[in-house]
Design a protein around this ligand. Structure first.
Ligand code: FAD
Ligand code: DLZ
Ligand code: SF4
Length: 509
């Protein structure tokens, strides 16, 4: 009798759906560290430390609250290696009436769970994940009958639905979006505050050792891990963000600086995505800072838009577009990932810095992911499948529901423009405007062709030329194609030739 309640590594919330109506004396809660989840892509070492340590801490809070927990450690002698096998084992050890799990964040796991009932001979209930603000059905209903699925309009619906930053049915301040104020570069004399860190406790230290010995060939280093792993610590990260960074979040949202990956971003995605923080509490805290006069509207609206708009939108988009999304490849791009995506060794300083930050921290901020690494991935025609696998394993906040729409939709335009109204491509000029990377680069950002020319420049034009048929009719690309048409044939030929040469020996770029 009783219910087996499975909690996944990214479901570490006390009021997760699978715990609703739990009978603490009869039911069991299962958490399992398993090889299948830890290696279906070779996750960054810090990502595995984060999840295993957070899972262990969460299990102990559950016990403190009176739940009966079955916890499977990765190095238990009889660890079964997969979630299904662990559930099966638990079901042979106890007689459960049913198994309850919350809707997982990845399609592969959902499809697998939908078969579990047959494999286990016990009913399996998959509860909606109500940590999200919009349900999957709500997004589908919004999409239906719409030609274009622009995030901005979905976001406005979500503002009305939640009442966040609303005065009756009007947006606070009179405008829905203050993005124009949020594109400043970072002046040299502005120093962002130090990021939150916490010394690893005994549990985290044990996990670091485990990860070092079992996942030695995964990216990164586990030893200097110092992220939050409990809800109390994650709440400290939130408080520190609201007090120290939120006021400047808007202004410098798109800026990049060599040697500082953290800037004025919140660094909350790690905790939002594994369940230690809930999106609504995070947004309410930001909204309160505006009402208290502690942060300006452009910062608070911009921050709330990332969560209420983008985060909710990509989640709905993922479930609406799967499984097709994982096969989409609009430009039929197939090039293998260059070696420097793993080593960080490249002459392009912007890529060196952004990949280096990623390797060190299992983190890079949005514009690094989008306008440097993402931009290069599209301009160089890299394989959609390989780029997706890379983004899913390198970032500690990556799960397919959020990674794939950002990669296939936002950076690679592989869905042919359902998510983005035009490809997010830019030449080196953009990177130079928003960062200090070009100062320390062997390439010259001012040059379009010639031995020192910045690869982003000629790859950009080469990309536009190659894909004119697919992009030329896009009204948002009109001006760019007009400037292409004003270039001399000689320049165009030289850029194309140089692009071909670089792409042939891309590992040396
Ligand atoms: P902040 O800049 O402080 O933003 C606040 C919050 O808004 C984030 O914590 C996040 O929850 C949300 N958010 C912002 N932008 C997005 C977005 N585009 N999609 C969804 N949520 C968003 N985010 C992930 O959480 N996981 C991923 O695997 C992931 N992969 C990405 C891949 C690419 C190619 C790109 C361009 C973006 C990706 N993002 C991903 C979105 C964004 O880059 C990260 O959410 C953000 O950098 C996390 O850092 P932060 O918490 O400091 O964010
Ligand atoms: C990412 C991850 C890792 C590395 N390890 C585990 C694990 O051992 N056990 C577990 O329950 N979950 C893990 N996860 C998170 C899952 O992969 C995640 O729940 C699915 O990808 C769905 O989002
Ligand atoms: Fe990147 Fe080009 Fe600037 Fe070098 S010059 S840092 S390659 S944008």
């Amino acid at each position: 009798a009783g219910v087996l309640r499975l909690i996944l590594g990214d479901q570490l919330s006390m009021d997760i759906a699978s715990l609703h109506n739990c009978n603490k004396s009869e039911d069991r809660v299962l958490l399992a560290e398993v090889k299948e989840e830890a290696t279906y892509v070779k996750h960054h070492k810090k990502k595995i430390v984060l999840l295993f340590s957070a899972m262990r801490h969460f299990a102990s809070s559950l016990k403190d609250s009176g739940y009966q927990v079955i916890y499977r450690h990765y190095d238990d002698d009889d660890n079964q290696g997969s979630l299904l096998a662990e559930v099966k084992k638990a079901c042979t050890e106890h007689q459960f009436d049913k198994v309850v799990v919350t809707h997982p964040g990845e399609y592969r796991l959902l499809k697998s769970m939908q078969q579990w009932q047959h494999q286990l001979g016990v009913p399996v209930e998959i509860a909606d994940d109500d940590r999200f603000i919009a349900t999957i059905t709500q997004f589908k209903e919004w999409v239906e009958g719409r030609k274009q699925w622009r995030m901005e309009y979905f976001y406005r619906e979500m503002r009305k639905f939640t009442g966040l930053l609303m005065e009756g049915d009007k947006p606070v301040g009179g405008k829905w979006n203050y993005d124009q104020d949020n594109r400043k570069s970072l002046p040299a004399d502005v120093s962002p505050p130090k990021p939150y860190t916490v010394a690893p406790d005994d549990i985290t230290q044990a996990v670091i050792g485990l990860v070092e010995s079992n996942f030695a060939d995964h990216m990164g280093d586990a030893k200097d891990f110092n992220y939050a792993v409990t809800r109390a610590q994650a709440l400290d990260v939130l408080a520190q963000f609201i007090n120290e960074r939120l006021p400047d979040f808007g202004d410098y949202q798109d800026a990049m600086r060599e040697g500082n990956v953290w800037l004025f971003h919140s660094h909350l995605s790690f905790y939002l995505n594994c369940g230690l923080l809930l999106p609504m509490e995070v947004m309410r805290a930001a909204e309160q800072a505006y009402f208290d006069g502690d942060a300006p509207l452009n910062a608070v609206e911009g921050f709330i838009r990332q969560i209420l708009g983008w985060r909710e939108y990509v989640r709905g988009f993922y479930w609406h577009c799967m499984p097709q999304l994982q096969h989409d490849n609009y430009f039929n791009h197939q090039r293998k990932l260059p070696v420097f995506y793993w080593t960080g060794h490249t002459n392009m300083n912007c890529m060196r810095q952004c990949i280096g930050d990623t390797k060190r921290h299992a983190y890079a901020h949005h514009i690094q992911r989008l306008m440097v690494i993402g931009n290069f991935s599209l301009l160089a025609g890299l394989s959609v499948e390989e780029v997706n696998a890379w983004y899913l394993l390198v970032y500690a906040d990556a799960y397919e529901w959020v990674e794939m729409p950002n990669v296939s939709g936002m950076i690679l335009y592989a869905d042919g423009g359902n998510l983005a109204s035009k490809p997010y491509v830019a030449s080196g000029q953009y990177i130079n405007r928003m960062s200090d990377y070009c100062k320390n680069c062997g390439y010259a950002v001012s040059k379009k062709t010639g031995p020192k020319a910045c690869p982003f420049n000629y790859l950009y034009w080469d990309f536009l030329i190659k894909h004119r048929q697919q992009l030329g009719n896009n009204p948002r690309m009109g001006l760019i194609y007009k400037s292409l048409d004003r270039m001399s044939q000689e320049t165009v030929d030289a850029m194309q030739q140089q692009a071909n040469e670089l792409l042939l020996t891309i590992d040396n770029a």
